[in-house]
Design a protein around this ligand. Structure first.
Ligand code: ADP
Length: 699
């Protein structure tokens, strides 16, 4: 009776025959769910399991019964589902236990059965509500995992790279590997050209047309990607071909042409800056919930940030390169010296050039260790870089500017420099080094020197004729006040006054010419002239002054019908020839020979090309090393007797005038034996002669 009220089914069996001895009502309910109808309702009691158990079930159940009966090992079933046509599926759990007598022999078997249908159904319902069917759940998990993987790969790769190109490549390769889109591309915005430039493209199959079309997309283009510029939300086209069929999408869109179905374009914005666009097209249509679409949108945020960083990084790098280029190319020498150990960490090319030391040899060495070891200069161990003390002052925070220093190059050349030094600080305002900027002022220095020399020569040169003019004038005054008539001596005095005045005028004219050249106001009055006639006139003027020289006039290779016309300013060419003749007389002994010559220079065809005029003397000559210098302003050679008057500007003017006539000047000289100055002037035929215009007269 007690068993009847138990909430579980209970049945007792004979352990030997497996006969069902008794069972409570609940157990019968359990049996009724699977027994044949004639065994239901308690009919099985008194019969063996083999008899009433349905055929399909009997053998595995018997095996369990036999084992427990023989071994005494209890049995507990799993969730046991019982399907019966016309009935709801029920779920049971049952157990089997051996019952022993006083001697320990197994005499009975006790079976229990528990209806767990409710619990199982509740669990299943909860599972169903909570989860998708198993295979779908699996897919969702995988999809989620894939999505996270791709985002992680993209985020990592773009974080690690500041190289715009590699950001594009890694990001797209990860997307391609995960979702096999038909085409995926990144476009970078270019503010200058108001267009998107294709950064990278990954595709399956051949999409060359798309690549060409997407290479450069102006913001005003009709391509979908161009819309990214004016939009913040992703552009999704779920079914491209349907849109095209409905006429809402042009057949000319690359995505339509490529036969893609789904398309997503993610505008890449970082804060308020448009960085570009990330686009993908798929072989099948898409929805906003697709893992691929969600992932690509999520990747867009990372790519936009990475592009912004790369852009900033690149602009900083460009700025640095530009600055470096500017420093490299500055004509001033620049050196950076580190505070820690005085190492030169940077030197530009100009620094190396000014110091006569390749700049690469300067970098990496310590400033104070850079010493002279030159057999040329004979200097040994002295510092080659004269900024030791100014750098120490700069490192203690001082700015030193406009300092004049001298460096001696390894070849012995002295270089005058104007330099400034200043401290270099880091962001925390700690002095980490010093910068030295210097320029080569040797040329200015020598010009200054020349000007000083010129002033002292000029004052002397001008005083000499003035003194003699004053002297002769006083003689004449005296004679006149004493009522004397002008005699031969008076005439000589007047001649001397006239000559010295002319000499003064010439000197002043030469100086004015220099000023005209410097102010680009030196003008020529060009006209065709017969050079032979000009030369003859100059020689004629010099007949008197040549008295004390043996004079020779050589005309070389002139044919009877040669026209020796050149276009020149006659006054200036007269000045050139006079200057050369003057020098020949001035720098040679009385009685020596002076030759003036002229010869035409012909082309290989025999046609006249130019005329060469030379002035040869047997004077003091010029040392080889000074030959290139004598045409410089104010230069006078070192072998001169300084009592010989002169400013050192005659040959400078000669060269200027000849060059302005498209001619040349050169000199051959042996010191102590004499010099020959050659000038050439181009000859002209009768044609161009007639077209020459004569400029207005000189002021
Ligand atoms: P200046 O004769 O007034 O010194 P120039 O410019 O005419 O100036 O000549 C420059 C220098 O060239 C001269 O000082 C002299 O040293 C050298 N020189 C010029 N002509 C001759 C010459 N015929 N023989 C030797 N030295 C010359």
């Amino acid at each position: 009776m007690m068993l009847e009220h138990l909430p579980i089914g209970v049945a007792l069996y004979d352990a030997g025959s497996l006969r069902l001895l008794s069972a409570n009502a609940l157990f019968h309910t359990f049996l009724d769910t699977f027994l044949e109808p004639h065994w239901q309702g308690g009919q099985a009691v008194g019969h063996t399991v083999q008899e009433w158990m349905p055929e399909g079930e009997v053998s595995p159940i018997l095996a369990i019964f036999h084992r427990t009966a023989e071994t005494g090992v209890p049995y507990q079933s799993d969730e046991y589902a019982i399907y019966f046509p016309g009935h709801e599926t029920t779920y049971w759990q049952w157990t089997l236990e051996a019952i022993r007598d006083g001697d320990g022999r197994i005499v009975h078997l006790l079976q229990t059965s528990t209806d767990i249908t409710k619990a199982v159904l509740a669990r299943k319902q909860a599972e169903a509500e909570r989860k998708l069917p198993p295979h779908e759940t699996q897919q969702a998990v995988e999809g989620k995992q894939r999505r996270l993987d791709v985002i992680e790969t993209v985020a990592r790769s773009v974080r690690e790279s500041f190289e715009i190109k590699s950001i594009g490549k890694t990001a797209l390769e990860a997307i391609k590997k995960a979702f096999a889109p038909r085409l995926v591309s990144i476009h970078v915005a270019d503010v200058g050209s108001q267009a998107l430039h294709l950064l990278h493209l990954e595709y399956t199959g051949s999409e060359e047309t798309a690549r060409n079309l997407l290479q450069f997309v102006s913001y005003s283009s009709t391509l979908i990607v161009a819309r990214a510029y004016s939009q913040r939300e992703p552009i999704l086209i779920e079914n491209v071909q349907e849109e095209a069929k409905a006429g809402r999408l042009s057949e000319q869109q690359p995505v339509v042409m490529a036969g893609a179905q789904g398309y997503v374009c993610v505008p890449l914005w970082f804060k308020d800056y448009f960085e570009g666009a990330l686009c993908a097209s798929f072989d099948s249509s898409i929805t906003p919930d697709d893992v691929a679409v969600q992932t690509i949108i999520a990747c867009g945020t990372h790519i936009a940030a990475a592009l912004a960083h790369a852009r900033l990084h690149e602009s900083v790098r460009n700025e640095r390169t530009r600055l470096r280029l500017v420093l490299d190319r500055l004509p001033e020498g620049i050196m950076l010296i580190e505070a820690m150990d005085g190492t030169i960490s940077y030197a530009n090319e100009a620094a190396g050039h000014i110091l006569g030391i390749p700049y690469k040899q300067l970098v990496g060495t310590q400033l104070h260790r850079h010493t002279q070891h030159s057999p040329v200069t004979g200097l040994n161990g002295q510092s080659a870089l004269p900024w030791y003390f100014s750098v120490i002052r700069a490192l203690s925070g001082e700015v030193i500017s406009g300092q004049e220093t001298i460096a001696i190059q390894p070849n012995g050349n002295r270089v005058f420099m104007l330099s400034s030094s200043a401290p270099l600080c880091n962001e925390s305002n700690v002095i980490t080094g010093a910068v030295v900027v210097f320029q080569d002022i040797t040329a200015q220095k020598s010009l200054e020197q020349q000007k000083n020399d010129f002033l002292s020569i000029a004052s002397h040169e001008l005083r000499t004729p003035i003194t003699s003019i004053q002297g002769f004038a006083e003689i004449l005054q005296l004679k006149l006040t004493q009522g004397e008539v002008l005699d031969g001596a008076s005439l000589r005095a007047i001649n001397m006054i006239a000559e010295e005045s002319q000499h003064l005028t010439q000197m002043i004219e030469d100086m004015l010419d220099i000023a005209r050249i410097e102010q680009s106001q030196f003008q020529l009055r060009l006209a065709p002239h017969n050079i032979l006639a000009t030369l003859s006139r100059v020689i004629e003027n010099y007949t008197l002054r040549m008295r004390e020289r043996e004079f020779q006039y050589a005309l070389d290779g002139i044919a009877a019908n040669d026209s020796l016309f050149c276009i020149y300013d006659e006054e200036r060419i007269t000045q050139v020839l006079s200057n050369l003749l003057n020098n020949a007389i001035k720098y040679s002994q009385s009685g020596s020979k002076i030759e003036i010559g002229l010869r035409p220079v012909r082309q290989s065809s025999g046609k006249l090309r130019e005329v060469e005029i030379w002035v040869r003397d047997q004077g003091i000559g010029i040392a080889d090393n000074e030959l290139p210098l004598i045409f410089n302003r104010f230069y006078r050679a070192s072998n001169l007797d300084r009592s010989l008057s002169g400013f050192g500007i005659g040959l400078f003017l000669v060269k200027e005038i000849i060059t302005r006539h498209s001619g040349h000047i050169r000199v051959e000289s042996v010191e102590g034996q004499g010099s020959t100055f050659f000038i050439t002037l181009p000859l002209v035929g009768p044609g161009p002669l007639l077209q020459q215009k004569t400029p207005p007269a000189r002021q």
